[in-house]
Design a protein around this ligand. Sequence first.
Ligand SMILES: [Zn+2]
Ligand SMILES: [Zn+2]
Length: 79
Amino acid sequence: MEWTGGCLCGAVRYRASQAPDYARYCHCGMCRKVSGAPFTGYAEFPEGVFEWVEGEPSQYRSSEGVIRRFCSMCGSSLT
Ligand SMILES: [Zn+2]
Ligand SMILES: [Zn+2]
C-alpha cells in the first residue's frame, strides 16, 4: 500500500511505499506551537520508504535532534 500526501498549496508532495511503523498524537508545547492546535498527529515510517516526489520542503531545527520540515509557500507543516 502506498501512502501519499503533501502541503496545502500542492508545491510539496511525498510518498511512502509501506505503512508506517506507528502513528500517534503529540501535545507537547513545541507541537502545539508549530501547528497552532491543541495537538498534532503524525506517523513514523521505516527507513528508506519515504521520499519527496515534488518540491523541496524548507527546514527548521527546533530542538536537539529534531528537524521540522514545512512548505515555504503555504506554511504547511510536513515532517
Ligand atoms: Zn505548500
Ligand atoms: Zn511534540
